[in-house]
Design a protein around this ligand. Structure first.
Ligand code: ATP
Length: 272
């Protein structure tokens, strides 16, 4: 095994329906998951001892030992690696930074079978293509999604996923039903606008600033929270509209993370 660079794209839940809860406490989900052309970067080299160095804009607060999912992914794969992780994605943010990093390590190690034991979002992160995710994250099916332009906005609050699930008032909602084919981006947008993120109201109660983020994205045909928040996305008709909204929101809220992104529909962008 030789050294490699891996890209760990941001995961975005375009929809997230909570359809039930199992006796063991795990929630059942029905979610349309896509990946963005922005994300973390990892450099991996086989080494005599595990070592992890974390840099990048969001390095603060990311564990540098075996609490980090990249470390655990390498250990589970039976590999000893020197890893440099560039955290470009906010953490505890609902865009799966840790899960995507862990999946990148499993890809490098050729050990995808360990994904479910690292977290419900890790299996979906093994592939960068749009997927429907059901069950507790283990039922995956590819979905053809038209090209989309997103704006991701995070107001800088770290929202732990278990707390959001704990704050849920209703734990059983309808799923998405059979997915239609979308002949155009406009039809996809209209369908998406009628879907939901069932965690949004609980997350907004815990972090009311999420309501302000959604209000800032109010000019988008679809504005919704991803995962358990606090990152929200706006879906725009083209890249220019997404960039114009990014400029407006960055000027109004200089402390927020505001990032235009396109949805990946093929192979991961070349490393480097
Ligand atoms: P999800 O969308 O899967 O719910 P999230 O965005 O809410 O994910 P993560 O970015 O995965 O959350 O981080 C959650 C916590 O996991 C962090 O606060 C951090 O303590 C821990 N963690 C472990 N490994 C990593 C990693 N590689 N990157 C970021 N956080 C990590």
């Amino acid at each position: 095994m030789t050294a490699a660079e891996e890209f760990a794209p941001a995961k975005i839940n375009l929809t997230l329906h909570v359809t039930g809860q199992r006796a063991d406490g795990y929630h059942l989900l029905d979610s349309l998951v896509v990946f963005a052309d922005i994300g973390d970067r990892l450099w991996l080299i086989p080494a005599a001892q595990m070592a992890l160095d974390v840099g990048g804009r969001f390095a603060d607060g990311v564990p540098r030992d075996n609490r980090n999912l990249v470390w655990r992914a390498a250990e589970l794969s039976g590999q000893s690696l020197r890893i440099r992780l560039e955290k470009n994605l906010p953490h505890g943010a609902g865009i799966g930074g840790g899960s995507s990093d862990a999946a990148a390590v499993l890809r490098f190690c050729g050990a995808p079978e360990h994904a479910p034991s690292l977290g419900a979002d890790v299996p979906v992160c093994l592939s960068p293509l749009p997927q429907r995710m059901q069950g507790i994250g283990e039922e995956l099916a590819p979905v053809a999604v038209p090209p989309c332009h997103l704006l991701l906005v995070n107001p800088g609050v770290d929202l732990p996923t278990p707390e959001v699930f704990k704050a849920l008032e209703q734990r059983e909602h309808a799923g998405m039903g059979p997915l239609p084919r979308w002949p155009s981006a406009a039809e996809f947008t209209a369908w998406l606008a009628a879907q939901r993120n069932d965690l949004e109201s609980a997350a907004c109660r815990l972090a009311p600033v999420i309501g302000a983020v959604l209000a800032q994205l109010g000019d988008a045909p679809v504005a919704r929270m991803s995962g358990s928040g606090a990152t929200c996305f706006g879906l725009y008709e083209n890249a220019d509209l997404a960039r114009a909204a990014a400029r407006r929101i960055s000027a109004a809220k200089p402390g927020w993370w505001v990032q235009p992104a396109a949805i990946l529909s093929g192979a991961l962008p070349a490393a480097g």
